[in-house]
Design a binder for this molecule. Structure first.
Ligand SMILES: [Zn+2]
Length: 212
């Protein structure tokens, strides 16, 4: 059987969200145990819950909302790389121990994957615009992080986010890469077709690259 790595955080009421953002809740509005024919659930949540994709509209007023983001970037070959640094900006030189040439998508595995779903990471690594430009120059289309942002947590001008749109790349945030060996896989992490939304949770998986 093909081994699938589920690299998605569990979405629950205790899943951490950006300070001030709306956490996830699931309200039961019909219940079989109450004699009704179905269980029916109403969800309330930030679009940026758990493992998710950002739409360009999240950080640029004229950017695409999530339902209009090109899907091709979210499916295809991906390289998983563990970084030694625990906090601060990532430059191309932080990847001198691996060969990124020929890749299309990069998932960066940091210490944050070792934290539980409900723990907000105080220290994160994040890609610099230089790293994003370098990846784009090699035709990368996606960068994924296990942390909640592609910029420093206290950044207001969000240079990493803006560099993504500038280079027609997309991002995933909040990945869960614990126990995933570094290497090449196929990524599948499709955002939902949510009207007007600035992001969407994804079910992100890795499976072995097919060689046929
Ligand atoms: Zn986000």
């Amino acid at each position: 059987m093909v081994q699938i790595y589920d690299i998605t955080r569990t979405v629950s009421p205790t899943t951490h969200v950006w300070p001030g953002d709306t956490p996830y809740s699931a309200e039961r509005v019909m219940s079989i145990s109450n004699g009704e024919s179905v269980n029916l659930t109403t969800l309330t949540t930030t679009a940026h819950i758990g493992t998710h994709a950002d739409a360009y509209y999240h950080y640029e007023a004229d950017g695409y909302t999530i339902g209009h983001m090109s899907l091709a970037a979210y499916i295809g070959p991906v390289r998983v790389v563990t970084v030694r640094k625990e906090s601060g900006p990532l430059m191309p030189t932080d990847f001198s121990h691996v060969d990124l040439v020929g890749g299309q998508r990069l998932l960066i595995h940091s210490h944050v994957s070792d934290l539980p779903d409900d723990q907000w990471p105080d220290e994160i690594v994040y890609p610099t615009p230089e790293l994003i430009a370098w990846l784009a120059s090699m035709d990368y289309v996606l960068i994924g992080l296990d942390s909640p942002s592609v910029d420093a947590l206290d950044s207001k001008d969000l240079p990493g986010h803006h560099a993504l749109r500038q280079h027609h790349m997309v991002n995933l945030e909040g990945l869960m890469l614990k126990d995933v060996p570094d290497g090449d896989y196929e990524l599948i992490a499709l955002p939902l077709k949510l009207d007007q939304a600035c992001g969407s949770p994804v079910r992100a998986i890795l499976r072995p690259l097919t060689t046929s």
